[in-house]
Write a protein that binds this ligand. Sequence first.
Ligand code: AMP
Length: 477
Amino acid sequence: MSKFTDLGLRAPILRAIEEGGYETMTPIQSQAIPQILEGKDLIGVAQTGTGKTAAFSLPIIQMLLKAEGQRTAKATRTLILAPTRELAVQISDNVRAYSKHLHLRSTLVYGGASEKPQIKAMQPGVDILIATPGRLLDLMNRSLINLRLVEFLVLDEADRMLDMGFIRDIKKIIAQLPKKRQTVLFSATMPKSVETLANSILINPVRVEVAPAATTAEKVDQHVLMVPKHRKRDLLEHVLKDDAIKRVLIFTKTKHGANRVSDFLEKLGITSGAIHGNKSQNARQKALNEFRAGDIRALVATDVAARGIDVDGVTHVINFELPNEPDSYVHRIGRTARAGATGISLSFCDIEERAFLKDIEKNIRQPVPLFEDHPFHDEGMAEKPGTGKKGAKPSARKPRQNAGKHKENRRINQPKAHGSEGGSGASATGGGGENTSGAAPNARPGKHSQRKGRPSHKTGNKPGGGNRSGNRNARSA
Ligand code: AMP
Protein backbone atom coordinates (compact mmCIF):
# COMPACT_ATOMS: atom_id res chain seq x y z
CA MET A 1 0.00 0.00 0.00
CA SER A 2 1.63 3.23 -1.02
CA LYS A 3 -1.17 5.63 -1.88
CA PHE A 4 -2.99 7.75 0.67
CA THR A 5 -6.21 6.95 -1.17
CA ASP A 6 -5.84 3.26 -0.17
CA LEU A 7 -6.12 4.09 3.51
CA GLY A 8 -9.84 4.78 3.65
CA LEU A 9 -9.27 8.30 4.94
CA ARG A 10 -12.15 10.74 4.75
CA ALA A 11 -12.34 12.97 1.69
CA PRO A 12 -11.49 16.29 3.44
CA ILE A 13 -8.29 14.72 4.79
CA LEU A 14 -7.32 13.36 1.39
CA ARG A 15 -8.00 16.75 -0.13
CA ALA A 16 -5.66 18.43 2.37
CA ILE A 17 -2.96 15.83 1.68
CA GLU A 18 -3.29 16.45 -2.01
CA GLU A 19 -3.10 20.20 -1.50
CA GLY A 20 0.05 19.65 0.55
CA GLY A 21 1.61 18.13 -2.55
CA TYR A 22 2.03 14.64 -1.13
CA GLU A 23 1.51 11.89 -3.68
CA THR A 24 2.74 8.66 -2.18
CA MET A 25 3.24 7.65 1.39
CA THR A 26 6.70 7.56 2.89
CA PRO A 27 7.74 4.17 4.33
CA ILE A 28 6.94 5.14 7.91
CA GLN A 29 3.52 6.31 6.81
CA SER A 30 2.61 3.17 4.88
CA GLN A 31 3.72 1.04 7.82
CA ALA A 32 2.30 3.05 10.69
CA ILE A 33 -0.96 4.58 9.48
CA PRO A 34 -2.92 1.32 8.94
CA GLN A 35 -1.83 0.04 12.36
CA ILE A 36 -2.81 3.21 14.15
CA LEU A 37 -6.15 3.23 12.32
CA GLU A 38 -6.74 -0.26 13.71
CA GLY A 39 -6.42 1.17 17.19
CA LYS A 40 -3.07 -0.38 18.06
CA ASP A 41 -0.41 1.14 20.25
CA LEU A 42 2.69 1.76 18.19
CA ILE A 43 6.40 2.41 18.55
CA GLY A 44 7.83 4.18 15.52
CA VAL A 45 11.57 4.33 15.15
CA ALA A 46 11.98 7.15 12.70
CA GLN A 47 13.68 10.47 12.50
CA THR A 48 12.43 13.89 11.61
CA GLY A 49 12.39 14.12 7.85
CA THR A 50 10.83 10.72 7.29
CA GLY A 51 7.25 12.00 7.30
CA LYS A 52 6.57 10.76 10.83
CA THR A 53 4.34 13.70 11.77
CA ALA A 54 1.80 12.78 9.11
CA ALA A 55 2.25 9.12 10.09
CA PHE A 56 0.69 9.76 13.49
CA SER A 57 -1.45 12.85 12.81
CA LEU A 58 -3.44 11.60 9.83
CA PRO A 59 -4.88 8.48 11.46
CA ILE A 60 -5.61 10.35 14.68
CA ILE A 61 -7.43 13.09 12.78
CA GLN A 62 -9.49 10.40 11.05
CA MET A 63 -10.35 8.70 14.33
CA LEU A 64 -11.26 11.96 16.03
CA LEU A 65 -13.97 12.44 13.44
CA LYS A 66 -15.95 9.61 15.00
CA ALA A 67 -16.98 12.01 17.72
CA GLU A 68 -16.48 15.29 15.93
CA GLY A 69 -17.43 18.32 17.94
CA GLN A 70 -17.47 16.57 21.33
CA ARG A 71 -15.34 18.86 23.38
CA THR A 72 -15.22 19.51 27.11
CA ALA A 73 -13.97 22.72 28.70
CA LYS A 74 -10.23 22.72 29.45
CA ALA A 75 -9.92 19.17 28.14
CA THR A 76 -8.30 17.65 25.08
CA ARG A 77 -9.04 14.42 23.23
CA THR A 78 -5.50 14.10 21.89
CA LEU A 79 -2.22 14.98 23.57
CA ILE A 80 0.93 15.24 21.48
CA LEU A 81 4.06 15.77 23.58
CA ALA A 82 7.17 17.18 21.93
CA PRO A 83 10.55 18.08 23.43
CA THR A 84 10.98 21.55 21.96
CA ARG A 85 8.89 24.54 21.10
CA GLU A 86 10.04 24.44 17.49
CA LEU A 87 8.97 20.87 17.05
CA ALA A 88 5.65 21.58 18.76
CA VAL A 89 5.00 24.50 16.42
CA GLN A 90 5.90 22.37 13.46
CA ILE A 91 3.62 19.54 14.47
CA SER A 92 0.86 22.07 15.03
CA ASP A 93 1.37 23.56 11.57
CA ASN A 94 1.12 20.10 10.05
CA VAL A 95 -1.94 19.12 12.07
CA ARG A 96 -3.66 22.34 11.02
CA ALA A 97 -2.81 21.76 7.39
CA TYR A 98 -4.12 18.18 7.46
CA SER A 99 -7.33 19.17 9.23
CA LYS A 100 -7.97 22.43 7.44
CA HIS A 101 -11.20 21.20 5.82
CA LEU A 102 -12.54 19.85 9.11
CA HIS A 103 -13.93 21.37 12.24
CA LEU A 104 -11.31 20.08 14.63
CA ARG A 105 -9.73 22.41 17.14
CA SER A 106 -6.07 22.18 17.96
CA THR A 107 -3.83 24.33 20.08
CA LEU A 108 -0.31 24.69 21.38
CA VAL A 109 1.08 24.94 24.89
CA TYR A 110 4.78 25.60 25.40
CA GLY A 111 7.14 27.55 27.62
CA GLY A 112 8.97 30.76 26.82
CA ALA A 113 5.81 32.54 25.73
CA SER A 114 2.92 34.18 27.52
CA GLU A 115 0.61 31.60 29.05
CA LYS A 116 -2.52 33.74 28.78
CA PRO A 117 -3.44 33.00 25.18
CA GLN A 118 -2.64 29.34 25.77
CA ILE A 119 -4.97 29.16 28.76
CA LYS A 120 -7.65 30.97 26.80
CA ALA A 121 -7.34 28.61 23.84
CA MET A 122 -7.86 25.65 26.18
CA GLN A 123 -10.96 27.12 27.79
CA PRO A 124 -13.56 25.67 25.40
CA GLY A 125 -11.66 22.38 25.08
CA VAL A 126 -9.80 21.11 22.04
CA ASP A 127 -9.47 17.98 19.93
CA ILE A 128 -5.69 18.10 19.72
CA LEU A 129 -3.25 19.66 22.15
CA ILE A 130 0.40 19.83 21.20
CA ALA A 131 2.59 20.61 24.18
CA THR A 132 6.04 20.64 25.66
CA PRO A 133 6.15 18.90 29.04
CA GLY A 134 7.16 21.73 31.41
CA ARG A 135 4.45 24.27 30.59
CA LEU A 136 1.82 21.57 30.25
CA LEU A 137 2.55 20.25 33.72
CA ASP A 138 2.43 23.75 35.12
CA LEU A 139 -1.00 24.43 33.63
CA MET A 140 -2.24 20.98 34.67
CA ASN A 141 -1.14 21.58 38.24
CA ARG A 142 -3.16 24.77 38.27
CA SER A 143 -6.21 22.92 36.91
CA LEU A 144 -6.17 24.97 33.74
CA ILE A 145 -5.82 21.88 31.57
CA ASN A 146 -7.57 18.59 32.17
CA LEU A 147 -6.24 15.41 30.64
CA ARG A 148 -8.84 12.97 31.93
CA LEU A 149 -10.54 12.68 28.56
CA VAL A 150 -7.47 11.97 26.45
CA GLU A 151 -8.15 9.24 23.89
CA PHE A 152 -4.87 9.49 21.96
CA LEU A 153 -1.40 10.13 23.34
CA VAL A 154 1.63 10.73 21.12
CA LEU A 155 5.17 11.11 22.43
CA ASP A 156 7.29 12.53 19.67
CA GLU A 157 11.08 12.37 19.71
CA ALA A 158 10.99 10.41 22.93
CA ASP A 159 14.75 9.94 22.96
CA ARG A 160 15.31 13.67 22.89
CA MET A 161 12.72 14.23 25.60
CA LEU A 162 14.62 11.89 27.86
CA ASP A 163 17.95 13.48 26.88
CA MET A 164 16.52 16.81 27.89
CA GLY A 165 15.60 15.49 31.31
CA PHE A 166 11.83 15.41 30.89
CA ILE A 167 11.31 11.89 32.20
CA ARG A 168 9.80 12.95 35.54
CA ASP A 169 7.51 15.49 33.92
CA ILE A 170 6.39 12.90 31.38
CA LYS A 171 5.62 10.39 34.08
CA LYS A 172 3.62 12.94 36.05
CA ILE A 173 1.68 13.91 32.94
CA ILE A 174 0.94 10.33 31.94
CA ALA A 175 -0.23 9.50 35.45
CA GLN A 176 -3.13 11.88 34.86
CA LEU A 177 -4.27 10.21 31.64
CA PRO A 178 -6.99 7.58 31.41
CA LYS A 179 -5.63 4.03 31.24
CA LYS A 180 -7.90 3.33 28.32
CA ARG A 181 -6.32 5.25 25.49
CA GLN A 182 -4.25 4.64 22.37
CA THR A 183 -0.57 5.52 22.67
CA VAL A 184 1.99 6.12 19.96
CA LEU A 185 5.65 6.75 20.65
CA PHE A 186 8.11 8.00 18.07
CA SER A 187 11.83 8.11 18.59
CA ALA A 188 14.81 8.50 16.30
CA THR A 189 16.79 6.03 18.37
CA MET A 190 15.76 3.37 20.86
CA PRO A 191 18.18 3.43 23.77
CA LYS A 192 17.29 1.38 26.83
CA SER A 193 15.76 4.35 28.59
CA VAL A 194 13.23 4.79 25.79
CA GLU A 195 12.47 1.06 25.71
CA THR A 196 11.79 1.17 29.43
CA LEU A 197 9.49 4.14 29.08
CA ALA A 198 7.73 2.51 26.12
CA ASN A 199 7.19 -0.70 28.09
CA SER A 200 5.60 1.22 30.91
CA ILE A 201 3.14 3.24 28.85
CA LEU A 202 2.25 1.22 25.74
CA ILE A 203 0.16 -1.94 25.62
CA ASN A 204 1.20 -4.66 23.16
CA PRO A 205 2.64 -2.13 20.77
CA VAL A 206 3.49 -2.91 17.17
CA ARG A 207 6.87 -1.65 16.18
CA VAL A 208 7.70 -0.02 12.88
CA GLU A 209 11.14 1.13 11.96
CA VAL A 210 12.61 3.06 9.08
CA ALA A 211 15.88 4.61 8.05
CA PRO A 212 18.47 3.88 10.69
CA ALA A 213 20.94 6.68 11.27
CA ALA A 214 23.37 5.55 8.61
CA THR A 215 20.69 5.70 5.94
CA THR A 216 20.07 9.38 6.51
CA ALA A 217 23.77 10.02 6.43
CA GLU A 218 23.99 8.19 3.12
CA LYS A 219 21.84 10.79 1.44
CA VAL A 220 24.13 13.64 2.37
CA ASP A 221 27.30 14.49 0.53
CA GLN A 222 29.53 14.97 3.55
CA HIS A 223 32.89 16.66 3.88
CA VAL A 224 35.17 17.39 6.76
CA LEU A 225 37.49 20.41 6.62
CA MET A 226 40.45 20.45 8.97
CA VAL A 227 40.98 23.92 10.38
CA PRO A 228 42.49 25.43 13.51
CA LYS A 229 39.89 26.63 15.94
CA HIS A 230 40.91 30.28 15.62
CA ARG A 231 40.55 30.12 11.84
CA LYS A 232 37.02 28.77 11.72
CA ARG A 233 35.45 32.15 11.10
CA ASP A 234 37.85 32.81 8.25
CA LEU A 235 36.98 29.45 6.79
CA LEU A 236 33.29 30.22 7.13
CA GLU A 237 33.74 33.51 5.33
CA HIS A 238 35.70 31.75 2.61
CA VAL A 239 33.16 28.99 2.13
CA LEU A 240 30.20 31.36 2.07
CA LYS A 241 31.68 33.29 -0.83
CA ASP A 242 30.10 30.67 -2.98
CA ASP A 243 26.57 31.65 -3.77
CA ALA A 244 25.67 28.03 -4.51
CA ILE A 245 25.26 27.97 -0.73
CA LYS A 246 21.82 29.47 -0.87
CA ARG A 247 20.19 28.40 2.35
CA VAL A 248 22.57 27.24 5.01
CA LEU A 249 22.02 25.95 8.50
CA ILE A 250 25.08 26.48 10.68
CA PHE A 251 25.48 24.57 13.92
CA THR A 252 27.42 25.71 16.94
CA LYS A 253 27.95 24.04 20.28
CA THR A 254 26.82 26.88 22.49
CA LYS A 255 24.21 29.61 22.54
CA HIS A 256 26.86 32.29 22.77
CA GLY A 257 28.72 30.68 19.93
CA ALA A 258 25.57 30.87 17.82
CA ASN A 259 25.18 34.58 18.57
CA ARG A 260 28.81 35.26 17.79
CA VAL A 261 28.69 33.47 14.45
CA SER A 262 25.45 35.22 13.53
CA ASP A 263 26.93 38.64 14.43
CA PHE A 264 30.03 37.81 12.42
CA LEU A 265 27.92 36.95 9.38
CA GLU A 266 25.94 40.15 9.70
CA LYS A 267 29.20 42.09 9.70
CA LEU A 268 30.12 40.34 6.49
CA GLY A 269 26.82 41.42 5.02
CA ILE A 270 25.38 37.90 5.07
CA THR A 271 21.79 37.89 6.23
CA SER A 272 21.40 35.55 9.15
CA GLY A 273 19.53 34.76 12.31
CA ALA A 274 20.22 32.69 15.39
CA ILE A 275 17.98 30.32 17.28
CA HIS A 276 18.75 28.91 20.67
CA GLY A 277 17.27 28.48 24.10
CA ASN A 278 18.08 31.99 25.30
CA LYS A 279 16.04 33.61 22.56
CA SER A 280 12.39 34.30 23.14
CA GLN A 281 9.95 32.07 21.34
CA ASN A 282 8.95 35.00 19.16
CA ALA A 283 12.53 35.74 18.15
CA ARG A 284 13.13 32.08 17.35
CA GLN A 285 9.99 31.78 15.32
CA LYS A 286 10.75 35.01 13.49
CA ALA A 287 14.23 33.80 12.52
CA LEU A 288 12.83 30.47 11.43
CA ASN A 289 10.12 32.11 9.34
CA GLU A 290 12.63 34.41 7.67
CA PHE A 291 14.84 31.46 6.93
CA ARG A 292 11.92 29.50 5.51
CA ALA A 293 10.85 32.43 3.37
CA GLY A 294 14.40 32.85 2.06
CA ASP A 295 14.72 36.33 3.59
CA ILE A 296 17.88 35.28 5.40
CA ARG A 297 20.57 33.08 3.93
CA ALA A 298 21.98 31.56 7.09
CA LEU A 299 20.42 30.29 10.26
CA VAL A 300 22.77 29.63 13.14
CA ALA A 301 21.48 27.12 15.65
CA THR A 302 22.33 24.95 18.60
CA ASP A 303 21.34 21.30 18.59
CA VAL A 304 18.41 21.59 20.93
CA ALA A 305 16.88 24.59 19.19
CA ALA A 306 17.33 23.03 15.78
CA ARG A 307 15.69 19.82 16.80
CA GLY A 308 12.84 19.08 14.44
CA ILE A 309 13.39 22.14 12.28
CA ASP A 310 11.60 21.45 9.07
CA VAL A 311 12.69 23.74 6.29
CA ASP A 312 12.66 22.67 2.71
CA GLY A 313 15.50 23.66 0.45
CA VAL A 314 18.36 23.80 2.96
CA THR A 315 21.22 23.50 0.48
CA HIS A 316 23.99 23.09 3.04
CA VAL A 317 24.57 22.26 6.66
CA ILE A 318 27.76 23.59 8.17
CA ASN A 319 29.01 22.17 11.44
CA PHE A 320 30.96 25.15 12.70
CA GLU A 321 31.72 22.92 15.65
CA LEU A 322 31.36 19.17 15.65
CA PRO A 323 28.88 17.73 18.11
CA ASN A 324 30.20 15.37 20.76
CA GLU A 325 27.17 13.14 20.29
CA PRO A 326 27.28 11.20 17.02
CA ASP A 327 23.47 11.11 16.84
CA SER A 328 23.39 14.90 16.81
CA TYR A 329 25.62 14.85 13.75
CA VAL A 330 23.12 12.68 11.92
CA HIS A 331 20.26 14.93 12.99
CA ARG A 332 22.14 18.01 11.91
CA ILE A 333 23.09 16.85 8.45
CA GLY A 334 19.62 15.37 8.03
CA ARG A 335 18.28 18.94 7.86
CA THR A 336 19.58 19.12 4.32
CA ALA A 337 18.10 15.83 3.22
CA ARG A 338 14.43 16.35 3.75
CA ALA A 339 11.69 14.19 2.29
CA GLY A 340 13.87 12.22 -0.05
CA ALA A 341 16.13 15.06 -1.14
CA THR A 342 19.89 14.98 -0.88
CA GLY A 343 22.19 17.63 0.50
CA ILE A 344 25.70 18.74 1.35
CA SER A 345 27.34 19.05 4.73
CA LEU A 346 30.62 20.69 5.64
CA SER A 347 32.10 19.96 9.05
CA PHE A 348 34.80 22.23 10.41
CA CYS A 349 37.04 20.07 12.57
CA ASP A 350 39.80 21.35 14.79
CA ILE A 351 42.35 19.22 16.54
CA GLU A 352 40.31 18.80 19.67
CA GLU A 353 37.33 17.62 17.72
CA ARG A 354 39.06 14.75 15.99
CA ALA A 355 37.83 12.32 18.61
CA PHE A 356 34.27 13.46 17.90
CA LEU A 357 34.85 12.85 14.22
CA LYS A 358 36.00 9.34 14.95
CA ASP A 359 32.88 8.59 16.95
CA ILE A 360 30.72 10.04 14.20
CA GLU A 361 32.37 7.89 11.55
CA LYS A 362 31.86 4.83 13.69
CA ASN A 363 28.21 5.69 14.17
CA ILE A 364 27.43 6.33 10.52
CA ARG A 365 29.58 3.39 9.55
CA GLN A 366 31.44 5.33 6.90
CA PRO A 367 34.33 7.75 6.74
CA VAL A 368 33.57 11.42 6.21
CA PRO A 369 35.62 12.44 3.19
CA LEU A 370 38.31 14.97 3.88
CA PHE A 371 38.18 18.15 1.85
CA GLU A 372 41.54 19.81 1.75
CA ASP A 373 41.18 22.51 -0.84
CA HIS A 374 40.76 25.50 1.37
CA PRO A 375 43.27 28.07 2.55
CA PHE A 376 43.41 26.86 6.14
CA HIS A 377 43.83 23.17 5.58
CA ASP A 378 47.58 23.09 6.02
CA GLU A 379 47.29 24.99 9.25
CA GLY A 380 44.64 22.60 10.51
CA MET A 381 46.78 19.59 9.70
CA ALA A 382 49.85 21.21 11.18
CA GLU A 383 48.39 21.15 14.64
CA LYS A 384 50.02 18.53 16.78
CA PRO A 385 47.45 15.87 17.52
CA GLY A 386 46.48 15.75 21.13
CA THR A 387 47.88 19.11 22.18
CA GLY A 388 45.52 21.49 20.52
CA LYS A 389 48.61 23.54 19.82
CA LYS A 390 49.98 24.38 16.48
CA GLY A 391 53.10 22.55 15.51
CA ALA A 392 54.18 24.87 12.77
CA LYS A 393 53.62 28.58 12.86
CA PRO A 394 50.53 28.90 10.72
CA SER A 395 51.14 32.52 9.96
CA ALA A 396 54.47 31.57 8.49
CA ARG A 397 52.89 29.06 6.19
CA LYS A 398 51.86 30.21 2.82
CA PRO A 399 48.45 29.11 1.74
CA ARG A 400 48.50 26.74 -1.16
CA GLN A 401 48.45 28.41 -4.52
CA ASN A 402 44.93 29.04 -5.72
CA ALA A 403 43.60 28.22 -2.34
CA GLY A 404 40.78 30.45 -1.31
CA LYS A 405 39.67 31.15 -4.80
CA HIS A 406 36.01 31.05 -5.29
CA LYS A 407 35.96 28.41 -7.96
CA GLU A 408 37.69 25.93 -5.73
CA ASN A 409 34.61 25.68 -3.62
CA ARG A 410 32.49 24.60 -6.48
CA ARG A 411 33.69 21.17 -5.79
CA ILE A 412 32.22 20.98 -2.35
CA ASN A 413 29.27 23.18 -2.86
CA GLN A 414 27.74 21.23 -5.62
CA PRO A 415 25.94 18.02 -5.02
CA LYS A 416 26.64 14.72 -6.54
CA ALA A 417 24.66 13.91 -9.64
CA HIS A 418 21.56 12.13 -8.47
CA GLY A 419 19.81 10.93 -11.57
CA SER A 420 16.27 12.10 -11.10
CA GLU A 421 14.80 15.51 -10.53
CA GLY A 422 12.16 14.04 -8.32
CA GLY A 423 14.21 14.33 -5.19
CA SER A 424 13.90 10.68 -4.36
CA GLY A 425 17.64 10.10 -4.49
CA ALA A 426 17.97 8.15 -1.32
CA SER A 427 20.79 6.15 -2.76
CA ALA A 428 23.95 7.52 -4.21
CA THR A 429 24.04 7.15 -7.93
CA GLY A 430 27.00 9.36 -8.48
CA GLY A 431 29.45 6.71 -9.56
CA GLY A 432 31.75 7.25 -12.43
CA GLY A 433 34.46 9.80 -12.93
CA GLU A 434 36.37 11.65 -10.28
CA ASN A 435 36.57 15.35 -10.19
CA THR A 436 35.59 16.83 -13.50
CA SER A 437 36.03 20.42 -12.50
CA GLY A 438 39.58 20.65 -13.67
CA ALA A 439 40.33 22.05 -10.25
CA ALA A 440 43.54 21.70 -8.34
CA PRO A 441 45.34 18.38 -8.34
CA ASN A 442 44.78 17.98 -4.65
CA ALA A 443 41.35 16.70 -5.56
CA ARG A 444 43.02 13.37 -4.92
CA PRO A 445 41.09 11.48 -2.34
CA GLY A 446 42.07 12.63 1.07
CA LYS A 447 42.65 10.32 3.92
CA HIS A 448 38.94 9.80 4.41
CA SER A 449 37.90 9.78 0.80
CA GLN A 450 37.89 6.10 0.17
CA ARG A 451 34.21 5.58 -0.08
CA LYS A 452 33.39 3.49 -3.05
CA GLY A 453 31.16 4.81 -5.80
CA ARG A 454 30.92 8.19 -4.12
CA PRO A 455 33.40 10.57 -5.60
CA SER A 456 33.20 13.01 -2.80
CA HIS A 457 34.40 16.07 -4.62
CA LYS A 458 32.58 15.36 -7.79
CA THR A 459 31.12 18.15 -9.80
CA GLY A 460 29.84 18.09 -13.31
CA ASN A 461 26.32 18.33 -12.02
CA LYS A 462 23.82 20.95 -12.79
CA PRO A 463 25.50 24.21 -13.47
CA GLY A 464 25.24 26.59 -10.59
CA GLY A 465 24.46 23.95 -8.05
CA GLY A 466 21.71 26.22 -6.80
CA ASN A 467 19.18 24.11 -8.64
CA ARG A 468 19.29 21.92 -5.66
CA SER A 469 17.09 24.12 -3.64
CA GLY A 470 14.41 23.66 -6.21
CA ASN A 471 14.83 19.94 -6.06
CA ARG A 472 14.57 19.95 -2.36
CA ASN A 473 11.07 21.20 -2.62
CA ALA A 474 10.14 18.43 -4.94
CA ARG A 475 7.97 15.89 -3.25
CA SER A 476 9.08 12.36 -3.65
CA ALA A 477 6.82 10.69 -6.10
P1 AMP B 1 8.51 15.00 9.26
O1 AMP B 1 9.39 13.79 9.30
O2 AMP B 1 7.16 14.74 9.76
O3 AMP B 1 9.17 16.17 9.93
O4 AMP B 1 8.31 15.41 7.72
C1 AMP B 1 9.35 15.88 6.91
C2 AMP B 1 8.85 16.61 5.69
O5 AMP B 1 8.28 15.71 4.74
C3 AMP B 1 7.77 17.64 5.96
O6 AMP B 1 8.11 18.80 5.22
C4 AMP B 1 6.52 17.04 5.43
O7 AMP B 1 5.62 18.02 4.97
C5 AMP B 1 7.03 16.21 4.29
N1 AMP B 1 6.21 15.00 4.00
C6 AMP B 1 5.56 14.24 4.89
N2 AMP B 1 4.93 13.22 4.26
C7 AMP B 1 5.20 13.35 2.95
C8 AMP B 1 4.84 12.61 1.79
N3 AMP B 1 4.10 11.51 1.86
N4 AMP B 1 5.29 13.04 0.61
C9 AMP B 1 6.06 14.13 0.54
N5 AMP B 1 6.44 14.87 1.58
C10 AMP B 1 6.02 14.51 2.77
